[in-house]
Design a protein around this ligand. Sequence first.
Ligand SMILES: Cc1cc2nc3c(=O)[nH]c(=O)nc-3n(C[C@H](O)[C@H](O)[C@H](O)COP(=O)(O)OP(=O)(O)OC[C@H]3O[C@@H](n4cnc5c(N)ncnc54)[C@H](O)[C@@H]3O)c2cc1C
Length: 474
Amino acid sequence: MPRDHLKGAKDYYDVIVVGSGLAGLTAANMLARFGISVLLLEHHYQLGGMATWFKRKGGHIFDISLHGFPIGMIKSCRRYWTKEIADNIHQLKGIRFDNPQFNFWTTFDRQDFTDKLVNHFGVLRGTVEAFFDRLRKMNYYDKVEITTRDLFKEYFPGRTDVWRLLMEPIAYANGSTLDDPAITYGIVFSNFMSKGVYIYQGGTDDMVGKMKADLIQNGCDVRIMSLVEKVLVENGRVGGVVVNGRTIRSRAVISNAGLMNTIFKLAGEDNFPASYIEDAKKVRLNNSSCQVYMGLKKREKIDYMGDLFFTSTAQEFDSDALCAKKITSRTYSFYYPDTRPGSDRYAIVSSTNANYEDWASLSDEEYEKDKKHLIDDTLDALEGYLPDIRKKIDWIEAGTPRTFQHYTRHMGGATFGTKFEGLPVSMSLPDHVSGFYHAGSVGIIMSGWLGTINYGVIVANKVASWMSGQGEQS
Ligand SMILES: Cc1cc2nc3c(=O)[nH]c(=O)nc-3n(C[C@H](O)[C@H](O)[C@H](O)COP(=O)(O)OP(=O)(O)OC[C@H]3O[C@@H](n4cnc5c(N)ncnc54)[C@H](O)[C@@H]3O)c2cc1C
């Protein structure tokens, strides 16, 4: 008989959280800390969503999205998780670029970027300072209408080399393009520019393990292998969920299951007014990703190659080329033994933005062939920097948009949430179905580990305040 992953679960909770990405985990933890009864349901066998890892024989362990985040993660982890988690966050100092327009190392902070822009690119210091100040002041509520391209044209006209330096890492981090609203760029760039790029030392498995322990200590009921098939909506109110065929009722539901899945699959469009559905249909999904995971043999080493290495053979920054199946740009993350203190292993992960459609329509045979091509092509490219890499690795495999779709269930295998216009749609969900909330990397402001944790907190606070208001009324 299959194992009952909901064995012992109650028939009613104050709040059910669907999905254990960092937003779902954080929202669940906050509410549990407030003393609210919470059930967290995750369809996968592991918590974390895209903040995940996998192990392979031979002692290999690969992180999927542990490449770098802004310093703000320290504060958020300390406040909303534990000091121990926050204390494991360390700066990555070796960020590198190699492309036809420039080749250098940077610490990826305001001071070093100013230095590069002035001394390497010859931009006037005053222009650089004015650009940084402008970005710093941007906020979502100002409704800045200009695009990132307009912004770059204003400060660095014709300087596609500068545009590339400023844009390429951010496009990797959130899938935004030159034609998206400038705020999609400004907020993420400013977050990184404050103090550089940080990483969790210990690996994603350690971090998510500590989060799980904290959740359980705070009284949250955590269930894996629990697929929510439906969110129950009754007379304009949320009533609970159907999970693994069982109905569990609740006063509120927070869905971390991706905005489009939340509205169109879990609830169903009939439960919303036409104007809301119209807005929701306008939300563009972001691109997906391909990755190649390479594990070095035991006792094999590589010299320090930097931590994050942005490479490209494209002549200039080009959003379409960045996602194209014929790959021109790759970001390598180098994981040295100190990524997981106590380990002596090295791993390299190559990441590339990708279009779901390029992979979704392939037959199984074509898919396997194209995955093999992705692997071979990546090794060829990496050999340009590490000529003996083929001899040193004993594990290599690839993930594609289909892999991301399979594990997260996000439509289109979207790896960086939905585009910017998803934010108001997410925020107004409870206006249409009382007690129904969405938390996840929506729109640019909430993308990445930091953004999604912070959005989880915002939503948890909204739910708690809505529940206390309801309590007073009843
Ligand atoms: C290749 C890659 C590299 C990245 N690199 C970085 C990086 O370096 N730095 C950074 O800050 N961010 C990075 N990110 C982005 C970051 O990982 C995400 O923004 C963040 O983890 C998303 O969290 P989330 O809570 O929004 O959703 P998700 O992580 O997508 O979680 C959603 C969860 O809901 C679950 N779920 C969905 N439907 C159901 C259902 N019906 N029932 C039950 N469970 C369900 C899914 O299984 C999943 O666990 C990267 C992402 C990828 C893919």
